[in-house]
Design a protein around this ligand. Structure first.
Ligand SMILES: *Cc1c(COP(=O)(O)O)cnc(C)c1O
Length: 446
């Protein structure tokens, strides 16, 4: 496979872009990233003309794949042609907000912003303002964007910034606990209950492997936040409009969060974020309330058109049936392959996300209830070894993934997530033959 053009572009990029990229995970592939020229359905074509099955799908936003269906393409083009943006409100923002409020159970009102990061920044500010408290509980190893409140590691007694440039004093307002650990959640509320503004959690951890919640875990978080006057904030930047369809993961799990952050799919492939939730909270944002929130590009008409038409297309077509069915085929196929080739590894995922975590688990291969993606089944004989929290994924064979497995997949024309932590995403552009080709490649690469 000739990859000279990607190599040459990376060489140029290293002189003018830090690390050669504009977002760090893109440089994770060894020895250099694949530079994309264009997308086609479930595929991308690189700068050298190589064609790959693409499971990165923009890291989540491209639920429909690389080919935008006619109504989406038409809406994007007409809004771009009408002058890209105004700094004044336009009808498409109202329509998109109405659609989201109609479909997502807990969302009565929404503020659109420009990235998932901006959404979680504003959600934390809002939660702190409405509770008059400062501390935010997050899940250790989780990801909520490149922002000061959540780039924190350690434990509630010793939180510390996970990046230089963040003052230690900022990190002291964040309390990282392990996901899926009910006792840790109860402990943190026992010790800090009166100071906790919110728990910020992804309903399914999708940024460090894919970690499914234990039965009852979110109910516990809901109960603890209610009892202590804190807000429950679901970060649905990845799961929103992917897990649980148009009702999102909160609909699937039957949980009623106070606030929800969105991003990725809600902008149909354009830069986006949003904070939705109960009117009594969201209306505290300026100018309705006094919690400052603003953005030049917020509610950008082209983004709003792309996002709304994407979701309308999903409502009117078999998008979720298609992507969830291919997701099931992938997880089931991978479970069989892993049983033969690497029984210690764990197949994870749900709906249209999938992944093999290179766990060092003991015991036989995955079976029973977890055969199509780990569900934290207490009856599974390897229950103790499957990933329960994001940090279990960082303890997996991340070097083997990066240096041996991923390059081997690439050689076979299949692009999987750029490192061991990101999820693989199924899109409406993928086909059963993409699934078959991918499973064959896993057989070779594992
Ligand atoms: C991607 C992501 C973010 C950050 O969104 P950006 O648009 O990259 O700023 C926040 N939370 C979760 C769960 C994400 O997956």
């Amino acid at each position: 496979m000739n990859r000279d053009a990607s190599r040459a572009l990376y060489d140029r990029a290293l002189s003018v872009l830090p690390g050669g990229v504009n977002s760090s995970v893109r440089a994770a592939p060894q020895p250099y990233p694949t530079f994309v020229e264009r997308g086609e359905g479930g595929h991308v074509v690189d700068a050298d003309g190589n064609r790959y099955v693409d499971w990165v799908q923009g890291l989540g936003p491209l639920l429909l794949g690389h080919d935008t269906p006619e109504p989406v393409a038409a809406a994007v083009q007409s809004h771009a042609a009408e002058g890209p943006m105004y700094g004044m409100p336009s009808e498409i923002e109202v329509e998109h907000a109405e659609f989201v409020c109609r479909h997502v159970p807990s969302v009565e009102m929404i503020r659109f912003v420009n990235s998932g990061t901006e959404a979680t920044v504003s959600a934390c500010r809002l939660a702190r303002a409405v509770t008059g408290r400062e501390k935010i509980v997050v899940m250790r190893g989780g990801y909520h964007g490149a922002q000061e409140t959540t780039l924190v590691e350690g434990d509630p007694d010793h939180p510390r910034p996970s990046s230089p440039g963040i003052p230690q004093s900022f990190s002291e307002h964040t309390l990282p606990i392990p996901f899926n650990d009910e006792a840790a959640a109860r402990d943190v509320f026992e010790t800090h209950g009166d100071d906790i503004a919110a728990v910020l959690v992804e309903p399914v951890q999708a940024n460090m492997g894919i970690v499914y919640p234990e039965d009852g875990y979110h109910e516990t978080l809901r109960e603890l936040t209610d009892d202590h006057g804190a807000l429950l904030v679901f970060d649905e930047v990845i799961t929103g409009f992917r897990v649980g369809g148009l009702g999102c993961a909160q609909g699937k799990f039957g949980i009623d969060p106070d606030l929800t952050t969105f991003g990725k799919i809600i902008g149909g492939g354009f830069p986006v974020g949003a904070i939705g939730g109960k009117t009594e909270y969201v209306e505290q944002f300026t100018p309705a309330g006094d919690v400052f929130q603003a953005g030049t590009f917020s509610g950008h008409p082209v983004t709003m058109a792309a996002g709304l038409e994407t979701l309308k297309f999903c409502a009117e077509n078999d998008v979720y049936e298609h992507v969830d069915d291919l997701g099931r085929q992938l997880r089931a196929g991978l479970t069989d392959i892993v049983a033969d080739h690497a029984p210690e590894y764990t197949v994870v995922g749900t709906d249209s996300v999938f992944k093999v975590v290179f766990t060092r688990a003991e015991g036989g291969p995955q079976g029973g209830a977890c055969a199509e993606g780990c569900r934290q089944d207490h009856d599974c004989d390897r229950y103790g070894n499957c990933p329960k929290a994001g940090t279990d994924v960082s303890d997996a064979e991340t070097e083997r993934y990066a240096r041996l497995f991923r390059p081997k997949m690439l050689e076979q024309g299949v692009l999987v997530s750029q490192n061991q932590f990101e999820a693989n995403f199924v899109s409406y552009g993928h086909t059963e033959s993409d699934v078959e080709e991918t499973l064959e490649a896993y057989k070779e690469a594992l």
